[in-house]
Design a protein around this ligand. Sequence first.
Ligand SMILES: [Zn+2]
Length: 150
Amino acid sequence: MTGLMELQRCGDAGGKTKAGTPCRSPLGLGENGLCMNHDPARKAAAHELHAAGGRASSLAARARRVALPGDVPKVPKTLDDAVRYFAWLTNAIVTGRLDARSGHEAAFALKGFQSAAEKRDLQAEITKLRAELAAARKATPTSRLGLARV
Ligand SMILES: [Zn+2]
């Protein structure tokens, strides 16, 4: 027998896995011989530890995801900005400065911006043309335009 076999394990004190087999963990055994996961007295602490671990790893994953290159263009406001942003994005992805996943999401968001900006700009143009038309109608009698008011 080796020293490893002589290690006290959680299962020796009755700790069972979800599958119902004796728990083999030799780590962090309490006074009762149970590991943190199977010691009823330490269940809340174990849960807290798992939650903290989950938070830490999700924060780390998020940090990896948002590790952006230093030359990210400013937030686009115009269609020209969007074109410049697309150009930057393409270059950042192909040169490996931005991961493909982030690049894909950014491109998707940019397409949404582009579509909204096009509608916004068209709406502004329509509003401007309507105002010009109204002013022209006021300045010129309808009879001279050869138009009948509807
Ligand atoms: Zn255990």
